[in-house]
Design a protein. Sequence first.
Lengths: 111, 113
Amino acid sequence: AQSVTQLDSQVPVFEEAPVELRCNYSSSVSVYLFWYVQYPNQGLQLLLKYLSGSTLVKGINGFEAEFNKSQTSFHLRKPSVHISDTAEYFCAVKGDYKLSFGAGTTVTVRA
Amino acid sequence: DVKVTQSSRYLVKRTGEKVFLECVQDMDHENMFWYRQDPGLGLRLIYFSYDVKMKEKGDIPEGYSVSREKKERFSLILESASTNQTSMYLCASSFWDRSHEQYFGPGTRLTVT
């Protein structure tokens, strides 16, 4: 079985400041990890994914995440956020046939 | 671009009504999924389908059924809607061998009164 814990439910941040969203996972199978973003009134879209290889993964819109096997973590970072990054972010882990999602982290970017 | 569409963005139904939520994808994906999204709980899988007429229960199938008569269409059915089924419902699709890369529809916000 697999599960995901997102350690922060809400993250307020000022425009142009850095942001980090924390995600810890557990999985009994090979680890495939994902971050999805949901902008207001929209469905989810894939930000980035880790399947294998380099532990530092770059995604869309300047986001990146680092896979840390020893700490079972997959934290998402952006060095400088924009107002348009206001959204809900979901970490997910793939099991044998499905994705398991975390509870989500709401990022609110203020001017 | 992959397009996943859902029949309604907002729906209001009464307790006991039969409710149909429709989802259509245009990328010839084998897999289709129905999730429920609630604050603080993330997304929970209700049912998924890997082929026409095939379905598998997800984590929370109770009170729901599904139908997949054509490859591009996956329907979620609430046989007798209840107030605890008030939620956001998200449909997704993917290729059979890439179930981790799912494409989502915009969601249907269902209110049961």
